[in-house]
Design a protein around this ligand. Structure first.
Ligand code: F6P
Length: 336
C-alpha cells in the first residue's frame, strides 16, 4: 500500500554547483506548502550515516536564493557505497520518520539514492527518493540541463575576457584549463563564447598538429597576434600542451587553471529559475507517490523520469557546436 509522504529529507551531494541553494529553498517551501515536514541532511550521504541534520522551516531558506555553494554542505561518501553504510543511513531515516529524500547532485548522488531506496525495500521500509540534477559539468545523461552550468560558463567567460586583455597587449597565447574531467560541455560552450582559437575536450582524441598548431598558424595568417586555447580538465595536461606549443610554434604561452572558481558565485537567472522549478516538481512527484524519480529537462521541458531509466540514459556532446567554433574563429587563413 502506498504510504502518504509526511516528512522528507533534503541533501546535496558531490561537487557543489551554483543554484543548489535555490533548489533547497524550493524543496523546503514546496514541501511546507503541502503540509510536509522537511529535514535538512548535512554533508551529503555522510550526514544520513552520522545523523547530521537540521529542521528546515520557511525562514531557514530565506535569503539563500542568490547564494552560491550549499547551506547544507556537501561531501562524497565512500561509506555509503556499502550496505553497512546504507543501513546506518536507513537507521537515521527511521529515527527521523523520513518517508522520502530529495537528493541534489550528479549521477553518483542518484545512484546512491536508488541503492538506499532498494535497500529500504529489502528491509521492509518504504522510502521514496527523488533526484535533482546539479553539476557545473552538465554531464548527467537524463537531463539536457543541469543546475550550475550556466553560472559556471559565465564565470569562466568573465575570467577569460580579463585574460584576453593582457594576452592582447602582450601578443601572447593563453592556455586556460576549465573544469570537466570526463565531459567537454563547459569547455565547448565557453570556447564558442570567448571565440577561442582552439578547444580541447575529452570526447575527442587530441591531434596536436591539427587541433592546435594549425589553428594557431591559421589565426596568425589571418592577422591575429594573440591566441586563446581552452582545455577541458580531462583533455590533456596544460603544462605539456604549453611546452609543445613553444617547441612547435615558437611562442611562449601562459597557463591559467580556473579551477574551483568556476564552482562558486551567485547563481545566474537560469540556474535560480531551473532550480526553483526542479525543487517544486520533485516535491510534487513525491507527494503524488511518483517517487524513485529524477526531475530533468528535455527539449526545454521539465519532465519526471523513473530513476532507473534516468541512470541508464547517456548524453553526447553536440559535435555540431565544435564545427561552429571552427567556422567562427580566426582559422580562415590558408596554410601552404
Ligand atoms: O563538480 C564537478 C567537478 O567540478 C569536475 O569538473 C571536477 O573534475 C571535479 O568536480 C573536481 O572535484 P573536487 O575537486 O571537488 O573533488
Amino acid at each position: 500500500m502506498e504510504k502518504q509522504v509526511n516528512r522528507i529529507g533534503v541533501l546535496t551531494s558531490g561537487g557543489d554547483a551554483p543554484g543548489m541553494n535555490a533548489a533547497i529553498r524550493a524543496v523546503v517551501r514546496s514541501a511546507l506548502g503541502r503540509g510536509i515536514d522537511c529535514i535538512g541532511i548535512r554533508r551529503g550521504w555522510n550526514g544520513l550515516i552520522s545523523s547530521d541534520f537540521i529542521r528546515m522551516d520557511t525562514s531557514s531558506v530565506s535569503h539563500i536564493i542568490n547564494k552560491g555553494g550549499t547551506l547544507l554542505y556537501t561531501a562524497r561518501s565512500d561509506e555509503f557505497r556499502n550496505v553497512s553504510g546504507q543501513d546506518k543511513a536507513l537507521a537515521t531515516c527511521k529515527l527521523l520518520g523520513l518517508d522520502a529524500i530529495v537528493a541534489i547532485g550528479g549521477d553518483g548522488t542518484f545512484r546512491g539514492a536508488l541503492d538506499l531506496s532498494r535497500r529500504a525495500t529489502e528491509v521492509g521500509y518504504q522510502l521514496q527518493v527523488a533526484g535533482i540534477p546539479a553539476t557545473i559539468d552538465n554531464d548527467i545523461g537524463c537531463s539536457h540541463y543541469t543546475i550550475g552550468f550556466d553560472t559556471a560558463c559565465n564565470t569562466a567567460i568573465e575570467c577569460i575576457d580579463r585574460l584576453r586583455d593582457t594576452m592582447q597587449s602582450h601578443e601572447r597565447c593563453s592556455i586556460v584549463e576549465v573544469m570537466g574531467r570526463r565531459a567537454g560541455f563547459l569547455a565547448l560552450y565557453v570556447g564558442i563564447s570567448v571565440g577561442a582559437t582552439a578547444v580541447l575536450i575529452p570526447e575527442r582524441e587530441l591531434n596536436f598538429e591539427h587541433d592546435i598548431v594549425e589553428k594557431i598558424r591559421r589565426a596568425r595568417l589571418a592577422g591575429t597576434t594573440h591566441y586563446m586555447v581552452v582545455v577541458a580538465e580531462g583533455a590533456g595536461n596544460t603544462m605539456d600542451i604549453s611546452r609543445q606549443i613553444h617547441e612547435e610554434v615558437g611562442i611562449d604561452p601562459r597557463v591559467t587553471v580556473l579551477g574551483h572558481i568556476q564552482r562558486g558565485g551567485a547563481p545566474s537567472a537560469r540556474d535560480r529559475e531551473t532550480a526553483s522549478r526542479m525543487g517544486y516538481e520533485a516535491v510534487k512527484a513525491l507527494s503524488e507517490n511518483r517517487g524513485n524519480c529524477v526531475v530533468a529537462t528535455q527539449e526545454g521541458h521539465m519532465v519526471v523520469l523513473g530513476m532507473e531509466e534516468a541512470l541508464q540514459m547517456t548524453k553526447k556532446l553536440d559535435m555540431d557546436r565544435y564545427q561552429i567554433l571552427e567556422a567562427l574563429t580566426n582559422n580562415c587563413g590558408t596554410l601552404r
